[in-house]
Design a binder for this molecule. Structure first.
Ligand code: HPA
Length: 245
């Protein structure tokens, strides 16, 4: 069963034919909300709003461990993350869809592993390719089938937030090789790998990253919201196709 974690702008899936909601408790505390089970184009899907259904949980306080654990418990076999990002690369402007292929993690202080405590033997997951190759290819095929262009590849910089970056921080990330910046991609991707869940992301560029817009010197949330509203319509079309490919 496909799990979809929705980020800013995607707190629900309108085309999801909802069957039931279930609150799942985990050894790691509460997930962001109840899991929503339903059918998307005749395929069973489980949906979770990363920031809670009222969008009240900031990126650094999302209980990523509980979220992934609950999805696994609910028999999810693969996870697609939808998340908005700032575009660092010049051609990653507002509204662009990206299926990233790499991650640089700048987050700190987040609970980022299931392997802790003295009882557990230490386990080092392989994370050379942080996203599942097959699921990425399916996402790209779904985008093509939906008639939506999605960039194949990009280096995702995961920042702590909740504040946006300084212009110098974005310059540094670019020198590091990052193409897009967001606040929720880690530790989510690593935790999915620890649980053996294939994981891929569909990122929606909401704005040019700090200092990267030629027209404006600050990032306005009003314009971000308008971009996201339009883009999430296209994201929903891609997700509907994903159930078919
Ligand atoms: N930076 C970090 N996260 C984001 C941004 C950004 O510019 N836009 C949307 N999420």
């Amino acid at each position: 069963m496909l799990a979809i974690i929705g980020g800013s702008g995607l707190t629900q899936l309108s085309s999801l034919e909802i069957k039931r909601r279930e609150v799942i408790r985990t050894p790691y505390g509460e997930p962001s909300g109840a899991l929503t089970f339903g059918m998307l184009c005749d395929t069973p899907v489980v949906f979770l709003a990363r920031h809670g259904y009222g969008h009240t949980i900031p990126p650094h306080q999302v209980n990523y461990r509980a979220n992934l654990w609950a999805l696994k418990e609910a028999k999810a076999t693969e996870v697609v993350s939808v998340a908005s990002v700032g575009g660092i690369r010049a051609d990653f402007g507002p509204g662009v869809l990206v299926v990233p292929d790499q991650i640089i993690d700048y987050t700190w202080g987040r609970k980022s592993t299931y392997f802790e405590g003295t009882e557990e033997p230490v386990h080092h997951i392989d994370f050379t390719e942080p996203y599942d190759t097959r699921l990425r290819q399916r996402l790209l095929a779904a985008a093509a089938a939906a008639g939506q262009h999605a960039f194949d590849g990009g280096v995702y910089a995961a920042t702590q937030g909740p504040r946006l970056e300084t212009a110098a921080e974005v310059n540094r990330m670019e020198r590091d090789g990052a193409d897009l910046v967001g606040m929720t991609g880690m530790p989510e991707a690593a935790l999915a790998r620890e649980l053996g869940l294939p994981y891929a992301a569909l990122n929606v560029v909401a704005n040019h990253a700090a200092g990267r817009s030629s027209s404006e010197h600050s990032i306005h949330f009003d314009s971000i919201e308008a971009v996201l509203q339009d883009a999430m319509i296209r994201v929903r079309c891609v997700l509907e196709q994903l159930c078919k490919v």
